[in-house]
Design a protein around this ligand. Structure first.
Ligand SMILES: O=C(O)CC1=CCC(=O)O1
Length: 267
């Protein structure tokens, strides 16, 4: 594992690479969701093929990355992803984005075909929620902090088998540790994003993943976006909510590994 600090736009972003330690290795880049750090992917890392380079980073306002004042724009989040990839010489990668991470995937694929060769749109959509949903959430978190919204977020993040169990505690702690400015900054970026038109122009190998019990981006919403891209595939992971890589890591890693094989990323 190697840690990286990348400075752009007056802030420093924290990233790490695992697996192969060379820019020449086939590379998979992971983009996390709102209120999570790069540790979102920990449960699947040991289940993925060897010989590849795995890149992940903390979005601005999350984890060990700097936290500038809110609001943020989707263009800034996409440019952050671009800066991480350019710093690490990522080209022709498979880009895996979950939720807002999947919006970043769509934005980066439109902007930088040299970086994104194939993508996984997990628990995401071209447009998530509506401006009132996000302005209400920004107002509640700005007024009361992360604590009071945590339970309703957990109910969307996790299916009924996982919600309320001790295994949920570290994920709730991750959410509650997110700075208010970072959380509300990213909420504003999501609120202002509708990628329906640009995403419908994308032509690259794409796989969609949904959780059968996802309360934030239900399967039909994910499918609607994935169907914009001809030739894409779509899979539902059962007994999982918004973060299936946490609840069903084996099933998630199996889908990813199959996709890496189909796209010629692993033999
Ligand atoms: O908190 C939620 O509702 C889940 C979510 C929406 C966008 C994202 O990244 O996470």
């Amino acid at each position: 594992m190697t840690e990286h600090r990348i400075t752009r736009d007056g802030i420093t972003l924290h990233a790490r690479t695992d697996g192969a330690d060379s820019a020449d290795a086939p590379t998979v880049v992971f983009a996390n969701s709102l209120g999570t750090t790069l540790h979102l992917w920990d449960p699947i890392m040991d289940l993925l093929p060897q010989g590849l380079r795995y890149v992940r980073w903390d979005k601005r306002g999350h984890g060990q990355s700097d936290c500038p004042d809110a609001p943020y724009a989707m263009g800034q989040l996409v440019s952050d992803a671009e800066a991480v990839c350019d710093h690490l010489q990522v080209r022709n990668c498979v880009f895996v984005g979950l939720s807002v991470g999947g919006m970043i995937a769509q934005g980066l694929a439109v902007k930088r075909m040299d970086i994104v060769r194939a993508m996984v749109l997990s628990n995401t959509a071209a447009k998530i929620g509506n401006p009132k949903l996000w302005s209400d959430r920004i107002a509640a978190v700005t007024r009361d902090g992360m604590g009071p919204v945590a339970d309703s977020v957990m109910q969307r993040w996790f299916g009924r088998d996982f919600y309320g169990t001790p295994a949920m505690a570290p994920w709730q702690a991750m959410l509650e540790a997110t700075p208010v400015k970072g959380y509300t900054g990213v909420c504003a970026a999501i609120s202002g994003t509708d990628f329906m038109t640009p995403t419908s122009g994308l032509r690259l190998p794409t796989m969609g993943i949904a959780g059968s019990e996802d309360g934030s981006t239900p399967p039909d919403l994910v499918r609607e976006t994935v169907d914009l891209i001809p030739g894409s595939s779509f899979h539902i992971i059962r007994r999982a909510g918004h973060l299936p890589c946490v609840e069903q890591p084996e099933a998630y890693a199996r889908l990813l590994t199959d996709f890496l094989t189909r796209t010629g990323t692993v033999a």
